[in-house]
Ligand binder design. Structure first.
Ligand SMILES: [Zn+2]
Length: 462
């Protein structure tokens, strides 16, 4: 580890705590001991433990580490291979063949690159919806020091109204249940607690009722999140009604899995009764604005994030995948706030504070870790980001939340701590040799491009 047992951040210009009172402290200090936040208060009163590393945080804004509730780490090498595709083409012709071609080593490299980009933008924890090589995802993320909520992806219907899935990705409900249970038992708590397990089925259109019920049992037994993509395009909505006689959310309710363990990604296309079911269920929703904008899903134009928040539904943010944009939750905050202002023609519909709550406290609540992550408070894990306010987008600085959401980008993060360990310093990863990571990333991507006949997928006009 590159950090001593105690770290003192002092002189912080603005500390955005995200505690219950949403306090923003000026000239603040944070003491971290053994990975936990031990003290928060004014710099003038800070009790510095002997031997602590002292970090001068003047000209810095500090926030809790961001939690990306939806990032396919194994899709990092698909950047540029899935442009200008509708929902069906994106999945069936681009991403499923890409995913089926991935080797174990490809996934290690993809996860390492995804984690690198995400961590450098201030994300200290991300949720991976899963792939076929969960150990490889852990191996990649372990290199950077970031947290991961891990899953194994599951489908059991190779052919559906939405299109065909490669055989290599398909499992029976019994197999998927066993694999999900094995994953929780093997990985939950690994890497000194930085790995947390979850349960995942990829989407409702490729999942039978038996599969969804079976995975719901695993989630309930271990009290871990059950994640899936839901309601992300009109075509998935339409296919659900045609095949199951009901909407996607109503189907989950009927199957007994719409509860506080459920985390539903996208949910841009909701019928009024689905909103009511969600509000009564305790389930969490994850909005992914960049993904929708890149593929034209209509999840902002047709979405209901302001209403879900007003109804008390916890809504988090996800970057989804590198092929739709950067792994940068700061950009997602901007897009969810400004996207809704634009489509509703209403500047008051989504204040920046709501966007920041989505990236921190709402995400922690959905993941069942609100007592550990999501805010800077004594007793919580020391996951923090320090932004460099000397950078142009942070000046002038009157309102740090406004600057963060409307002007900044994630790469103005100067220092990032996970469990009190400084994993980003001066805007660079501390654990890995970035030159070596880039060399390896380029080599693996080149090889994958040849295997996938990438010229066919990239669709470049020139
Ligand atoms: Zn996704």
């Amino acid at each position: 580890m590159s950090s001593p047992e105690a770290v003192v951040l002092h002189g912080i210009d603005h500390l955005v705590t995200m505690d219950a009172e949403r306090r923003v402290l000026r000239d603040a200090a944070v003491v971290v001991r053994d990975g936990v936040i031990a003290w928060v208060g004014p710099t003038t009163d800070v009790p510095a433990p002997a031997g602590a590393r002292m970090v001068d945080a003047r000209h810095r804004v500090a926030t809790p580490g961001f939690i990306d509730c939806h990032l396919h780490a194994s899709f990092q090498l698909s950047r540029g291979l899935a442009d200008e595709a509708n929902a069906r083409e994106f999945l069936i012709q681009r991403m499923y063949p890409y995913e089926a071609a991935l080797t174990y080593d490809d996934v290690v490299t993809s996860a390492l690159l995804a984690s690198r980009e995400s961590l450098l933008n201030g994300t200290t924890c991300f949720v991976d919806p899963g792939n076929q090589h969960p150990q490889a995802s852990v191996d990649g993320v372990a290199r950077t020091g970031q947290r991961i909520v891990l899953a194994r992806s599951a489908f059991d219907l190779g052919g559906s109204d939405f299109g065909a899935v490669p055989d290599a990705l398909v499992a029976t409900p019994d197999q998927a249940q066993q694999q999900a249970d094995d994953l929780v038992r093997t990985f939950d708590g690994a890497l000194d607690g930085r790995v947390r397990a979850s349960v995942s089925f990829r989407g409702l259109n490729n999942s039978s009722d038996d599969l969804i019920r079976a995975l719901g049992e695993v989630a309930r037994e271990h009290r871990r999140v059950l994640q899936t993509h839901a309601c992300f395009s009109y075509s998935t909505h339409d296919a659900s009604v045609a095949k199951h006689g009901t909407t996607e959310i109503a189907r989950l309710h009927r199957l007994g899995v719409l509860d506080e363990l459920a985390m539903l990604v996208h949910c841009g296309w909701l019928e009024p009764e689905e909103i009511a079911l969600l509000a009564a269920s305790g389930a969490g929703v994850v909005a992914a604005p960049t993904s929708s904008l890149h593929n034209g899903y209509g999840n902002i134009a047709m979405g209901h994030v302001p209403e879900l928040l007003a109804l008390g539904v916890p809504v988090a943010l996800g970057t989804d995948h590198a092929c739709s944009g950067p792994n940068d939750l700061v950009r997602e905050m901007f897009l969810v706030a400004c996207g809704y202002k634009e489509v509703r023609v209403n500047p008051r519909v989504m204040p920046p504070e709501h966007a920041l709550e989505m990236a921190t406290v709402h995400a922690a609540r959905i993941l069942g870790v609100a007592d550990e992550l999501g805010s800077v408070e004594v007793g919580k894990r020391a996951d923090l980001v320090l932004f460099d306010t000397d950078r142009p987008s942070w000046q002038p600085l009157y309102n740090p939340v406004s600057n963060l959401v409307y002007s900044a980008t994630g790469n103005t993060a100067d220092m990032v701590l996970v469990d009190g360990e400084i994993v980003v310093e001066a805007g660079a990863l501390t654990r890995v040799d970035e030159t070596e990571v880039l060399r390896r990333g380029r080599a693996v991507a080149r090889d994958l491009y040849v295997r996938l006949d990438g010229d066919r997928l990239s669709r470049a006009l020139w």
